[in-house]
Write a protein that binds this ligand. Structure first.
Ligand SMILES: N[C@@H](CCC(=O)N[C@@H](CS)C(=O)NCC(=O)O)C(=O)O
Length: 201
């Protein structure tokens, strides 16, 4: 298995799962913005030039959430997914998809408006709106985490998706001073050896 990986990217989610499952894998490392990601060789495996991509024998698959679901289905031995009959299961699905559906779109706009665009092309209105929406999205997670250790009653792949997005929001400088539950949640996740390893590959 080969994981195309970059630090501070969504590829960390996949490495995190592989580490939690104790699966052996190889990695090819890039930096975000690397020219190599935009070259034709890489575009053969992901036309959008993004990470993560997972190669498993003849399979080449992108989209962090899809890769995680693939690994769980094929190699997960029922770990990190609640039983389908449990009350946790639908909420597991909700929180699994909340990362890419609700948090990351705002983060993308913030990264574009603060880092990627040259100063003369940045748009203050877009930035302010994305910040406001991101805070609103995170407030919902904050409320869910009241008296809870994880998004559902046990640690699952939803924490690897939305938990990672929450950590990335904090890294981006979002004010967490009124988000005590999320601060504890982030610390709890960051104390997991598998995440520490995945973060620093
Ligand atoms: N929805 C995709 C997003 C993939 C994505 O945008 N990856 C970013 C890093 S987090 C990337 O590769 N950026 C490199 C670039 O745009 O040059 C996923 O969840 O895998």
């Amino acid at each position: 298995m080969l994981l195309h990986y970059a630090q501070n990217s969504r590829a960390v989610r996949v490495a995190w799962l592989l580490e939690e499952l104790n699966i052996k894998y190889d990695i090819k490392k890039y930096a975000i913005g690397d020219k190599e990601l935009r070259e034709s060789e890489y575009k053969k495996i992901n036309p959008l030039g993004r990470v993560p991509v997972l190669e498993d024998s003849d399979l080449v698959i992108s989209e962090s959430g899809a890769i995680i679901q693939y690994i769980l289905s094929k190699y997960g031995q029922n770990k990190f997914v609640p039983d389908i009959e449990s009350i946790d299961f639908p909420y597991y699905l909700q929180w699994f998809h909340y990362a890419e559906g609700m948090i990351m779109p705002q983060m993308n706009t913030i990264v574009v408006e603060t880092i990627l665009l040259p100063p003369e092309k940045r748009n203050e209105v877009n930035l302010a709106r994305a910040m406001k929406l991101l805070t609103r999205m995170l407030d919902v997670v904050e409320k869910n985490m009241e008296n809870k250790k994880y998004l559902t009653s046990e640690f699952t792949a939803a924490d690897m998706m939305t938990g990672h997005a929450v950590i990335m929001s904090r890294e981006l400088g979002v004010d967490f001073s009124e988000k005590q539950n999320l601060l504890f949640y982030v610390d709890r996740l960051l104390s997991r050896p598998a995440l520490q390893k995945a973060w620093n590959l």
